[in-house]
Design a protein around this ligand. Structure first.
Ligand code: NAP
Length: 238
């Protein structure tokens, strides 16, 4: 199944792996795309690549820096994204995380607090914002807005080498599951949690883990959520 063209997404936490591949794929199917992270140089480079992949001359690719761990910064940036795209978004992908090593005996309270802000508080703020700004116009046709939160297995299988991120991911995945329980009924938004089950980059070789090339992950793990959101009645699969 192909997904509809001419829809709008904001991706919060854009880097060189899955988020870049997601933007490239959606550009190829004609979406408006807003890219958000903290580094303007990285955003500018990825935005140029995404523009080059566009198939719809009328579609927009925009970007803006924001700290997703800061609720005011995240909210004002999401407001700006929506304004650029006629006031509403079809999909919001929350992808930001500090993917960095930390050991439970050495991680500082400040480091844990930062991870909680970016992973958990950011997910909370983004999900609540989307309940007010999701495009629900196409629901009568079976197409629902989607809040998509990128996850992995650290919440269920915490790793000593990524102690702080494991704890923060446990919180963010719980927030996502709570949203999944309530947003379809309360806000007419469906929640997707694409789960990446291995490290994308193999720490020993520095290359992609077999089967985990970002483009492959987008087609096999992310794309089904975009297909499913277009064939829903009442927020559940037909
Ligand atoms: N990589 C893996 O192996 C793996 C495995 C399982 C799950 N995941 C999950 O997948 C998601 C994406 O991870 P990824 O490594 O593949 O990264 P990615 O999609 O390449 O990019 C994520 C980007 O988020 C941005 N970011 C970090 N903190 C931010 C903040 N406070 N505000 C705004 N943007 C911020 C960073 O860019 P700036 O530094 O420029 O802001 C980073 O490049 C994460 O949620 C991660 O937990 C990753």
């Amino acid at each position: 199944m192909t997904v509809s063209s001419n829809r709008s997404i904001a991706i919060i936490g854009v880097g060189s792996t899955m988020s870049r591949s997601l933007a490239l794929w959606l550009a190829s199917v004609g979406w408006n795309i807003a890219l958000v992270s903290r580094s303007v140089n990285s955003l500018s480079k990825i935005a140029d690549e995404v523009k080059a992949a566009q198939t719809n001359a009328d579609a927009k690719v925009i970007y803006r820096t924001a700290d997703a761990g800061n609720p005011d910064s995240l909210t004002s940036t999401l407001d700006w994204c929506a304004q650029q795209f006629c006031g509403k978004l079809d999909v919001l992908n929350y992808n930001a995380a500090c993917v960095a090593p930390s050991h439970i005996t050495k991680v500082t309270p400040e480091e844990l607090n930062l991870d909680l802000q970016v992973s958990a508080v950011g997910t909370l703020v983004a999900g609540q914002w989307f309940t007010r700004n999701a495009n629900t116009d196409n629901i009568p046709k079976g197409e629902w807005p989607l809040f998509l939160v990128t996850g992995g297995t650290l919440d269920r299988e915490p790793q000593i080498s990524c102690s702080s991120l494991s704890a923060a991911k446990a919180a963010s995945q719980t927030i996502s599951r709570l949203f999944a329980q309530t947003l379809p009924q309360e806000a007419r938004v469906v929640v997707g949690m694409p789960l990446i089950r291995a490290r994308i980059v193999d720490p020993e070789t520095g290359g992609y883990t077999e089967g985990y090339h970002p483009d492959t992950i987008i087609q096999t793990v992310f794309k089904p959520f975009f297909e499913d959101r277009e064939k829903l009645q009442g927020g559940v699969d037909n």
